[in-house]
Design a protein around this ligand. Structure first.
Ligand SMILES: Cc1ncc(Cn2c(C)c(CCOP(=O)(O)OP(=O)(O)O)sc2=O)c(N)n1
Ligand SMILES: [Ca+2]
Length: 526
């Protein structure tokens, strides 16, 4: 009779999950014993890096990513990354080794006491099988639960003495299970939505990360061109759902109640697709909606629909809904919006470049289908204004703002998308939360270009301090970090780019290399 170990690897293989992102401890060794030739293990030196790499891999591949962590301490280290994975609906299958069953109750070393509680509330489902025979079924449930809408991380804690136990006669029944989700709205629901859109005098479209995650970007462009309306990206954008050089594109909405309402003033119908309503951030109270505006929300996440403070919602698959809606939408007689003007160049400093000019150079040299993994909070707005993004899956930002995402996620995205150039654009503050990711980049020769924007400060917090009238907070500066030395210490080649010529040279080298390159760019604060 097959062992739990044998059935588990057959299940993972059949479900297309042959990469394990992990950091092992003794509890995990029985799972890793006899690691199959056709599987790949990607080691991260800290579990935040492990989860970040897996998150990037899942987001960029659209498939579940498998993580193996070390009991409680490993899970705890990954929790910061899980804040992002939870809000980006990343299908992560997280496993953690548990002490031997008979040693949990006495709370021996490495016992993950009350294991299913530990990752909550940042997982959809969390479980420790009551007997070894249930492990394969539990892992099958984890894979399908992570993948079904609303997608999200799940967690299974597995005692290390389960793996060599017999799995039971029927355990193998889970290996080939397939679960499909439809999510197409009814004829009446589509007619009602189409009628509201066709009747609106001055509608506006607000698009969120789910449009990009479901590869519905092209459908959103068709809808915008049919309705000849302005298109905003929903606030706190973690993906790019609409080409940002398209004539309809108007920018990313500010993450504040008053700001959003001001930007949408004058519209009689606000159609939000694939985003929560809304991911506010700065506290700036105001009216939720402009005078005379209605809101309708299309989302695959019933929880997002239920918690919104206003508007109507239709819960269904975003891609299927837009596809079924389009034939019902009349060509509008409205004039198409004008393409936004390109912003003017700005002055550099002495030996320090303006982020705007860094992004202009990047936009000039990067491949058309480059993928950006962004984590420099103070330069987000400038980035969207100056760097063109056209293809689905071109942009990833930590969905909960949990820093330490950028470096590892850039590696995970590059592993998932080897034919596209991944470019990390990471703040010097953010880089330090997951700097050990550089070791994995070197060890697995992951050819991402990693740009560190070094302004020597937590730039975004300085902006918040001004907004919140806190002018004397300590701990806001991060001077004197030598990222080139750190990179070389972990085995990654590095260049200092303190002039445009040096930046051009470094980018051209990086795009041509088959291994990672870190580019340290001293920048002016934003
Ligand atoms: C794990 C973690 N710790 C602290 C913060 C707080 N924080 C911090 C520390 C920021 C500064 C980011 O600095 P940076 O150098 O990465 O980028 P900018 O200088 O462009 O803002 S932005 C922000 O929300 C966070 N979001 N996540
Ligand atoms: Ca900074």
């Amino acid at each position: 009779m097959p062992s739990v170990h044998a059935v588990t690897y057959s299940l993972l293989r059949h479900q297309g999950i042959t990469t394990v992102f992990g950091n092992p401890g003794s509890n995990e060794l029985p799972f890793l014993k006899g690691f199959p030739e056709d599987f790949r293990y990607v080691l991260g030196l800290h579990e935040g890096v492990v989860a970040g790499m897996a998150d990037g891999y899942a987001l960029a591949s659209g498939k579940p990513a498998f993580i193996n962590l070390h009991a409680a301490a490993g899970t705890g280290n990954a929790m910061g990354a899980l804040t992002n994975a939870w809000y980006s609906h990343s299908p992560l299958v997280i496993t953690a080794g548990q002490q031997a069953r008979s040693m949990i109750g006495v709370e021996s070393m490495l016992a993950n006491v009350d294991a299913p509680q530990l990752p909550k509330p940042l997982v959809k489902w969390s479980y420790e099988p009551a007997c070894p025979e249930d492990v394969p079924r539990a892992l099958s449930q984890a894979i399908h639960s992570a993948s079904l809408p609303p997608r999200g991380p799940v967690y299974v804690s597995i005692p290390h003495d389960d793996w060599d136990r017999e799995a039971g006669d029927d355990a193998a029944l889970v290996i080939e299970r397939e679960i499909a989700h439809a999510g197409v709205p009814s004829f009446e629901q589509l007619e009602r939505l189409a009628q509201r859109l066709n009747a609106a005098e001055n509608p506006v479209l607000v698009l969120g990360p789910e449009v990009d995650a479901r590869q519905a970007n092209g459908l959103a462009v068709e809808l915008a061109e049919r309705l000849c309306l302005p298109v905003w990206v929903a606030p706190s954008a973690s993906r790019c759902p609409f080409p940002n050089r398209h004539p309809c594109f108007r920018g990313v909405l500010p993450a504040a109640i008053a700001g959003i309402t001001a930007h949408l003033e004058g519209h009689d119908l606000i159609v939000v697709v694939g985003a929560p309503v809304f991911r506010y951030h700065k506290y700036a109270p105001g009216r939720y909606l402009p005078e005379g505006a209605g809101l309708v929300h299309v989302t695959g996440d019933a929880n997002e629909a239920a918690r919104a403070p206003m508007g109507d919602a239709l819960v269904g698959d975003v891609h299927a809904t837009l596809e079924a809606l389009l034939p019902r939408i009349e060509q509008s007689a409205r004039a198409m919006p004008e393409t936004l003007p390109r912003p003017a160049a700005v002055e550099d400093g002495e030996g320090r470049l303006a982020p705007a000019n860094v992004f202009n150079t990047l936009d000039m040299l990067a491949p058309e289908d480059a993928i950006y993994v962004k984590e420099s909070t103070s330069t987000v707005e400038i980035f969207w204004e100056r760097v063109g993004m056209r293809e689905p899956g071109s942009y990833f930002f930590p969905a909960a703002g949990g820093l330490g995402f950028g470096l590892p996620a850039a590696l995970g995205v590059q592993l998932a998308q080897p034919r596209r150039q991944v470019i990390g654009v990471i703040g010097d503050g953010s880089a330090s939360y997951a700097i050990t990711a550089l070791w994995s980049a070197a060890q697995y020769r992951i050819p991402a270009v990693l740009i560190i924007l070094k302004n020597g400060t937590y730039g975004a917090l300085r902006g918040f301090a001004r907004h919140m009238k806190v002018d004397d907070a300590p701990g806001l500066d991060v001077p004197d970090i030598d990222f080139c030395a750190l990179a070389r210490g972990y085995g990654v080649e590095a260049r200092l780019a303190d002039t445009h010529e040096a930046l051009v040279q470094a980018l051209q080298e990086g795009f041509a290399m088959d291994r990672p390159l870190l580019i340290e760019v001293p920048t002016l604060p934003t």
